[in-house]
Design a binder for this molecule. Structure first.
Ligand code: GYE
Length: 336
C-alpha cells in the first residue's frame, strides 16, 4: 500500500453497511430527498452537510450512498442529499443551492474532473468548506477544497494490469484486450485506463485493440461489448473499469456463444457483491477492489472542517485484490 505523510488509510468500517443494506430503498431516491431544512444549524446546533452524489449508476454507487446516509445519521449530521443523475450541470445546480441555503459544509463526488473552478470559487467566497469524496477534480487551485477522500484509481488499474502480465507471461503471440471505460472524463476512467496501460506495457504481446466508454452501467457494458464482439473476431481479455459493466458484458459474451472466464479472461474493478459472485462462479477472473464505504470517514472530516481543524489534504482508501479462490472465501462476509 502506498503511504504518504498526509495519508490516512482505512479499514473496518464494514459494520455501517449492515444497516446500509437494509436501506436500499433510501438509495433508490431521486433528487434532494432528505426533507430536512438546511441553514438551521444555528438553531439546533446540528451540522448541515450538502452532499451531491454522482447518480445511481452502479452497485458501488448504491453502497456508497447507503454508507453516507447511515454515517450521517449516526454522526448526528443533517444531510441534504442530491442525486445528479450522472450530469455535471445538475451537480453545479445542487452546489449553488447548498450555497444559497448556507449549509455548513459541502461534499460531492464530481462526475467528471474538469470544469469546477467557478462553482468552487463561489463556495469559497461564501466561506463554505468543500470536501471532495470518491472522485477528484483537476483544479490547479487546491485552496478551492479542504481535502479529498477516495481511492487511488491509477493503482487499481495498475493492479489489474500487473495480474494480467503475470497470467500471460508465457504467451508467444498477441493477446487482444478490449477495454470498457467508465464515464468519459471521470477520474476513475482516466486513472484506471492510465494505470492499466502502464502495467501492460511490460509485455508487448498485450494489446488493447478496442477501448470505449460504457458509462459505468450494466446496460452500457452490454451494448459496447456487443459492438466489440462484432468488430473483433479474436478477443482474449476484457478489462472493465467496474463490475457492473463487466456484468453487462457477460450477457453479450454468452449470447455470442463464448464462455466468460474461459474463452475471454475478465478483469474488473470494485468487488461489489454481484461482481464477487461472478468471480466466485468462474465468470470473472480477477477484481481490484475499490471500497465505497466512505461515510464514517467523511463525517469525521465534516466535523473537523466545521470546527476549523486542520485535515490532511488527501485521505486514501485502503484496498486489496481478489482471485476466484479469494472471492469464494470472502463472499460470505462481504458487506457490499
Ligand atoms: O468504481 C464505479 C462507479 O467513482 C469509484 O464509480 C467510483 C466509480 C466506481 O460508478 O462503479
Amino acid at each position: 500500500m502506498r503511504k504518504t505523510g498526509t495519508t490516512i488509510t482505512r479499514r473496518g468500517f464494514g459494520a455501517i453497511l449492515a444497516a446500509g443494506l437494509m436501506a436500499t430503498s433510501l438509495a433508490a431516491c431521486g433528487n434532494s430527498d432528505t426533507g430536512s431544512e438546511a441553514g438551521d444549524s444555528k438553531g439546533d446546533g446540528q451540522i448541515v452537510l450538502g452532499f451531491s452524489q454522482v447518480g445511481a449508476e452502479s452497485g458501488w454507487r448504491t453502497a456508497n450512498t447507503n454508507s453516507i446516509k447511515e454515517s450521517a445519521e449516526k454522526a448526528g449530521i443533517k444531510l441534504q442529499f442530491d442525486d445528479a443523475q450522472q450530469k455535471q450541470e445538475n451537480q453545479i445546480k445542487a452546489i449553488r443551492n447548498f450555497i444559497q441555503q448556507k449549509v455548513d459544509v459541502i461534499a460531492f463526488s464530481p462526475v467528471v474532473e474538469s470544469g469546477w473552478d467557478t462553482v468552487l470559487k463561489e463556495a469559497k467566497d461564501a466561506k463554505i468548506p468543500v470536501i471532495l469524496t470518491d472522485r477528484a477534480v483537476d483544479s490547479a487551485d487546491k485552496s478551492l477544497y479542504k481535502t479529498f477522500i477516495g481511492s487511488d484509481f491509477v493503482k487499481e488499474g495498475r493492479l489489474a494490469g500487473e495480474w494480467l502480465v503475470e497470467q500471460k507471461k508465457a504467451a508467444t503471440g498477441p493477446v487482444n484486450i478490449v477495454e470498457l471505460q467508465g464515464t468519459t472524463g471521470s477520474a476513475p476512467a482516466n486513472d484506471r485506463k492510465k494505470g492499466f496501460a502502464e502495467a501492460i506495457a511490460a509485455n508487448p504481446n498485450l494489446k488493447v485493440v478496442a477501448s470505449q466508454s460504457g458509462d459505468f452501467t450494466r446496460a452500457g457494458g452490454k451494448q459496447v461489448m456487443e459492438q466489440f464482439l462484432k468488430a473483433n473476431p479474436k478477443i482474449d481479455v476484457l478489462f472493465a473499469h467496474n463490475d457492473d459493466m463487466g456484468l453487462g458484458a457477460l450477457e453479450a459474451i454468452t449470447a455470442a456463444g463464448k464462455v466468460p472466464g474461459k474463452d475471454i479472461t475478465i478483469i474488473t474493478i470494485d468487488a461489489v457483491k454481484d461482481g464477487m459472485q461472478a468471480l466466485a462462479d468462474g465468470k470473472f477472473n480477477f477484481i481490484a477492489e475499490c471500497s465505497p464505504l466512505l461515510g464514517d470517514q467523511l463525517m469525521d472530516l465534516v466535523k473537523k472542517v466545521k470546527a476549523g481543524e486542520e485535515v490532511p489534504a488527501r485521505v486514501e482508501t485502503q484496498e486489496t485484490t481478489f482471485t476466484q479462490e479469494q472471492a469464494k472465501a470472502a463472499l460470505p462476509t462481504r458487506k457490499y
